[in-house]
Design a binder for this molecule. Structure first.
Ligand code: 5RP
Ligand code: ZN
Ligand code: CA
Length: 221
């Protein structure tokens, strides 16, 4: 299954990425940021319904000047504290900045979001290839595309879909910028159950994998 997941990711197809039974218990519709079209944004907002975020590799985040949001928000009492995340109290959220490409109009349309997401992937790729980076020349914040910054040591440090998806990109040998969106259940108001997420994968011919499979592959690489 891991082989199929890596191949689908590299081909620019959606994969379904569940985290862990003892974490969020959420499945993210997951796709290489490089490949995101307006139709993919539409499928994420209509079929998944969560937040459409783009995870980036920590080295690219450093080179592009993308901090963790909590680091720039300072120490006000509104800011996330240690232990705030109920499903992962030793961890922090991976939110970085929320951006729009400067050529977008409102930033929220399927066309605008896919433009921003693909341009972020391009910057990630260029930064990791040693190219010049001036992120602010092409993007503005605040915007409608939340960026997630993966932990420095990836799965050796944190095991959210942020790190799982970036580890998968590394394993697949593709640009480590990956767009994720939580699958929600329209009837219950909860996260879509693992069984229903698997049924969606079967119906759409997509690969479903779990965090434990990714961690296993990561540890034996
Ligand atoms: C952003 C989130 C999602 O859970 C997303 O999967 C990334 O977060 P994490 O790495 O914590 O799983 O909170 O909408
Ligand atoms: Zn989360
Ligand atoms: Ca998640």
């Amino acid at each position: 299954m891991m082989h199929e997941a890596l191949r689908a990711l590299a081909n620019g197809e959606f994969i379904l990425l569940y985290d862990f039974d003892d974490r969020e218990r959420e499945t993210d519709l997951t796709i290489l940021a490089d490949a995101v079209t307006p139709a993919h944004v539409r499928q994420m907002r209509k079929d998944a319904g969560g937040l459409i975020c783009t995870a980036v590799h920590p080295e690219a985040a450093k080179r592009l000047g993308l901090p963790f949001a909590r680091e720039i928000l300072g120490s006000g009492n509104l800011v996330e504290r240690d232990g705030d995340i109920p499903y992962d109290p030793k961890s922090h959220s991976s939110f970085s900045l929320w951006v729009n490409h400067r050529e977008t109009f409102t930033g929220i349309t399927d066309n605008d979001r896919s433009l921003t997401i693909r341009a972020v992937a391009e910057q990630v790729k260029r930064s990791l290839n040693g190219g010049g980076t001036n992120f602010g020349a092409s993007f503005r914040t605040p915007g409608h595309v939340p960026l997630l910054r993966a932990a420095d040591r990836l799965l050796d440090e944190r095991c959210g879909q942020t790190e799982l998806s970036i580890a998968l990109a590394e394993l697949a040998g593709v640009t480590p910028a990956v767009t994720v969106c939580e699958m929600l259940d329209d009837e219950t108001g909860c996260a879509l159950s693992k069984e229903d997420a698997k049924a969606y994968a079967r119906k759409h011919g997509l690969v479903f994998i779990e965090g434990k499979d990714v961690v296993e592959k990561w540890s034996s690489r």
